[in-house]
Design a protein around this ligand. Structure first.
Ligand code: NAD
Length: 484
């Protein structure tokens, strides 16, 4: 089958070719369908130079005009929503229904949200009577921001960085994941039509250690916003340290879901199925350790496995599909490896990989599919309970008391999110103070208000994103003192 797409970098408002390319696979068929630029230091240097040249003009552009342009970008993506949704599904393997209802609408909303944020000012002044001095603060953009994003929610997470960065008056050099570059490239095709000045948004495609690291190490990039694995977050911290860069790191998770006996099971089961397996379990916020109070443990397991078995695994383009293909063959093997490990350790596989048969049509047989898998009888110390699997695998274990479950839930290196199912408000409030997680959902999952801070504790990250937090990250606050 011929390669259908050859992507180019977007630098200074122009598409620019590269000498070499990276094969990009369609996860649903295992076929190469696009070629992604294999950018290096020279491409990154050109992008940073363009961003640097555009910064004085863009940072001086009135907020109302920047806001208008961001809204136009949102409108243009929305006009092409269906094309973007189809492309995201084909590039990433997620069901097209998910891309259509979550990924692309959220990318549109990211631009709209920060387009209005910058119209509101919160600064105030103080008068120091003893010194007859007025103090006030002013926030200014920093310059060229480096934005590096992962493959699981490609356009959603990249625009969550681009929108606040440029809304605040910075210019950017972005590097999406080499495995899911297509929708970022499609977005670049709209930026000139939206009236965005050349050089404000530059996108270089390619491998992390090559193109990504060139951004991180570039002396003219004073801040880097990164979403990805903890391992790479650590590497970015090391590489940027000599320059004292401002860093925002949104990293991995191993999120607990805690279900008490008083939980509303009818509401709990479908949400916990979603929180375990949405986007093939490839969401940093997915629940991968489910703790269930012993008196309802068997009842939960039976209903949970029953509901999980109804997930329709198949062609992401099929509207009936509720779980698509994993991102790559290597990742599929890694995720399956965890299930084998659990089995070897004596765990019980209740449904999915190694237990049930996955039936696929011939056209999909080379795709990266697996069944959603539920594991039990697994120790807290098992690698399946400690490491981020990032696939459709979840472990379910019983607990007895509140104190016990808090300590077990916190007993991992990560601290991204947690979810809690109980009707007891006092218990909720006690537990939320003790659970080590940047976001705690009670009786729900993935309900996001972009006004709220989002980020992780411990190995799950440094910093927060959200209305106030992103504006703080993408600006520098200065205190000005005027003696009268
Ligand atoms: P990854 O860390 O392998 O890659 C993320 C990005 O970094 C990619 O664009 C990659 O090319 C680039 N990169 C790789 N090496 C680099 C280097 N040396 N220097 C600079 N850039 C480099 O992560 P992934 O596999 O793409 O994504 C999955 C991970 O992302 C999971 O751990 C998941 O939990 C995490 N994630 C976190 C959040 C969050 O908000 N906390 C959201 C989504 C995904």
């Amino acid at each position: 089958m011929p390669v259908e797409l050859v992507l180019q970098n977007f630098i200074d408002g122009q598409f620019v070719g590269t000498e070499s390319h990276i094969d990009s696979y369609n996860p649903s068929t295992g076929e190469v369908y696009a070629k992604v630029p294999d950018s290096g230091e020279a491409d990154v240097n050109a992008a940073v130079q363009a961003a640097k040249a555009a910064f004085p003009g863009w940072s001086e552009t009135p907020a109302a005009e920047r806001s208008r342009i961001l809204n136009r970008i949102a409108d243009l993506i929305e006009t092409h929503l269906e094309e973007f949704a189809q492309a995201e599904s084909r590039d990433q393997g997620k069901p097209v229904s998910l891309a259509r209802t979550v990924d692309i609408p959220r990318a549109v909303y990211n631009f709209r949200f920060f387009a209005t944020t910058i119209l509101h000012k919160t600064e105030s002044a103080t008068y120091l009577e003893t010194m007859q001095a007025t103090n006030y603060t002013v926030r200014t953009p920093l310059g060229v921001a480096g934005l590096i994003s992962p493959w699981n929610l490609p356009l959603y997470l990249l625009t969550w960085k681009i929108a606040p960065a440029i809304a605040c008056g910075n210019t950017v050099v972005c590097k999406p994941s080499e495995m899911t570059s297509v929708t970022a490239w499609m977005m670049c095709r709209l930026l000139n039509d939206a009236g965005l000045p050349q050089g404000v948004v530059n996108v270089v495609f390619g491998y992390g250690p090559k193109a990504g690291e060139a951004i991180v190490k570039h002396p003219d990039v004073p801040l880097v916003s990164f979403t990805g694995s903890t391992l790479i977050g650590q590497r970015i911290t090391e590489k940027s340290a000599p320059h004292c860069k401002k860093l925002s790191l949104e990293l991995g998770g191993k999120n607990p879901c805690i279900i008490f006996a008083d939980a509303d099971m009818e509401k709990c089961i479908p949400t916990v199925v979603r929180s375990s397996f949405a986007n093939q379990g490839e969401v940093c916020l997915c629940s991968s350790r489910i703790f269930v109070q012993r008196s309802v443990y068997q009842q939960f397991l039976q209903k949970f496995v029953n509901a999980t078995s109804k997930i329709q695994v198949g062609n992401p383009a099929d509207p009936m599909t509720t779980m698509g293909a994993l991102i790559s063959k290597e990742h599929l093997n890694k995720v399956k490896g965890y299930v084998n490990l659990a089995y070897e350790e004596g765990a019980t596989i209740l449904c999915g990989e190694g237990k049930d048969e996955l039936k696929l049509s011939d056209s999909l047989k080379n795709g990266y599919y697996m069944l959603p898998t539920v594991i039990t009888d697994v120790r807290d110390s098992s690698r399946c309970m400690q490491e981020e699997i990032f696939g459709p695998v979840t472990c379910v274990v019983p607990f007895d008391t509140e104190d016990e479950v808090i300590s077990r839930a916190n007993n991992v290196k990560y601290g991204l999110s947690a979810s809690l199912w109980t009707q007891d408000v006092s218990r909720t409030m006690r537990m939320c103070r003790k659970l080590e997680a940047g976001t705690i959902w009670t009786n729900c999952w993935m309900v996001r208000d972009l006004n709220m801070p989002f980020g992780g504790m411990k190995a799950s990250g440094v910093g927060r994103e959200g209305f106030k937090d992103s504006v703080e990250f993408f600006t520098e606050e200065k205190t000005v003192c005027i003696k009268h």
